[in-house]
Design a protein around this ligand. Structure first.
Ligand code: NAD
Length: 453
């Protein structure tokens, strides 16, 4: 079947009203959970072939995320879908007002390669939970993972409800010509602009989950052991190929040397040698070459080694870095950690504010005044104080970027809202209405209407 045919069947299916039934949604969410668990080994093998991702990382950062999402929607579907009663103003008495959550219709989810299961399946689960049909287009860059998802889902779901489309730029360009009711995209800001433009032709609303350079600020009052441990974990997880990984560090120049030593000791402790088998490969040769090209050998404080055959890059810390260095001109998306310094805290905030709004930002400090300034003075999607990355794992928080790092958000109830329309309904009684708003008008009516409005 061609893409236009699949979408046309999905539209017909959506119009049949079947997806609006909560039991129907639950049935397929349960089925999805069942087939993910049944095919867990297939998913582990596929992602390992793509970039050597360990079972531990695949479970904790991908599969468990999706299973948790399914469980959340199974438990909360009724309350999320329930019409919400709101107050009715005086001019509309006697009446009642409610907000109804309705599915948008036919949705398209486009995923990125770095967490191929989580970033494709999580938004897809939200789309289905909210009562939509969905075409999922995972990233072709993690090819085996894409094929595994296509196999599991297309063999178990009717294509008129949910379909996984395989393919790269050519296929995505074809799909983007079609009219969807929502497009949810995860990927680079560059491609995000292409998606936004294609969606604009149909006035299709979008969620754009993009990237950017996410800073981690370390002040002199920070607990260095905790900061170093958490930054090293968050940066080198998935070999730095994480949208919310700290891209660079801004450290108070007074404490730079001792903090660099703490970073080094945690890198050594966590053992990122290829033999340890928990350190993910770089996704492909193109990215391997791009990343090794960003390492200025004169600025290496730690690491710098690489092995092209294994697509391995050692955790690398660069020091004495400035905003003019190549490594500061683009999102790194790999295991290279540049360290810049600041003299006072406000100057650090200014450095961040002078650049594009990042997806995440992190602050390590003990001072409440610095926490307040960090939150109020600079704009970024979301972040943590005294931690990195973990805000993304709390489903009670919305996840998304701002400005160049994206628009819209998801996770938990926010994901449900992203794929729903809030329909406003005023239900009026047919009795008890004064004649005030109806012509002919008079001075007396005007004086009364002034009181009412
Ligand atoms: P990408 O933008 O290259 O690709 C993402 C998707 O877009 C893929 O499915 C790909 O097939 C498709 N695509 C690529 N070029 C296209 C084109 N010309 N026309 C239509 N579709 C096209 O991104 P990526 O390399 O997969 O992922 C890395 C980027 O994604 C980084 O910037 C990272 O920060 C960001 N990211 C963001 C999040 C988030 O949640 N905000 C999560 C992961 C990754």
């Amino acid at each position: 079947m061609s893409f236009p045919e699949i979408l046309s069947h999905q539209r017909e299916f959506f119009n049949s009203q079947k997806t609006k039934n909560l039991n129907f949604r639950k049935l397929y969410l349960k089925k999805l959970k069942e087939i993910l668990i049944k095919n867990e080994d297939l998913l582990y093998e596929a992602i390992y072939k793509d970039f050597g991702k360990s079972k531990f990382d695949t479970f904790t950062t991908e599969i468990s995320f999706v299973l948790k999402d399914i469980d959340y929607y199974l438990s909360n579907l009724k309350s999320l879908s329930k019409p919400k009663s709101v107050r009715t103003n005086l001019a509309n008495q006697f009446g009642s007002s409610k907000i109804y959550r309705e599915p948008l219709g036919c949705t398209l989810v486009i995923g990125a390669w770095n967490y191929p299961y989580q970033l494709s399946l999580s938004p897809m689960v939200a789309a289905l939970a909210a009562g939509n049909t969905c075409i999922l287009k995972p990233s072709e860059v993690a090819e085996h993972s894409m094929k595994a998802m296509a196999k599991i889902i297309n063999e178990n779901f009717p294509a008129e409800y949910l379909y996984v489309a395989e393919g790269g730029i050519e296929e995505t360009t074809e799909i983007l010509k079609l009219k969807f009711d929502k497009i949810f995209f995860t990927g680079s800001s560059r491609v995000g602009k292409i998606i936004y433009e294609a969606a604009a032709k149909h006035l299709t609303p979008v969620v754009l989950e993009l990237g950017g350079k996410s800073p981690a600020i370390v002040t002199s009052s920070a607990d260095f052991e905790v900061a170093a441990k958490r930054i090293v974990w968050g940066k080198f997880l998935n070999s730095g190929q994480t949208c919310v990984a700290p891209d660079y560090i801004l450290v108070d120049e007074k404490v730079k040397d001792s903090f660099l030593d703490s970073l080094k000791s945690y890198i050594q402790k966590f053992n990122y040698e290829p033999e340890a088998k928990h350190y993910t490969q770089i996704i492909n040769t193109k990215n391997f070459e791009r990343l090794t090209g960003l390492i200025d050998r004169e600025k290496i404080f730690y690491g710098g080694g690489s092995d092209a055959g294994k697509r391995y890059i050692e955790p690398t810390i660069l020091q004495n870095v400035t905003w003019n260095d190549a490594v500061m001109q683009e999102e790194i998306f790999g295991p290279i950690l540049p360290v810049l310094t600041f003299k006072n805290f406000n100057e650090a905030l200014l450095q961040i504010a002078e650049h594009e709004k990042p997806l995440s930002a992190y602050l390590f400090t003990d001072k409440s005044e610095e926490k307040e300034n960090f939150i109020s003075k600079i704009s970024f999607g979301g972040g943590c104080i005294n931690d990195v990355v973990m805000h993304l794992s709390n489903d009670y928080l919305p996840f998304g970027g701002v400005g160049n790092s994206g628009m819209g958000h998801y996770h938990g109830k926010f994901g449900f809202a992203a794929f729903s329309h809030e329909k406003a309904i005023l239900d009026r009684a047919t009795w008890g209405e004064p004649d005030l708003k109806y012509p002919p008008y008079s001075k007396k009516k005007l004086s009364w209407i002034k009181k009412v409005l």
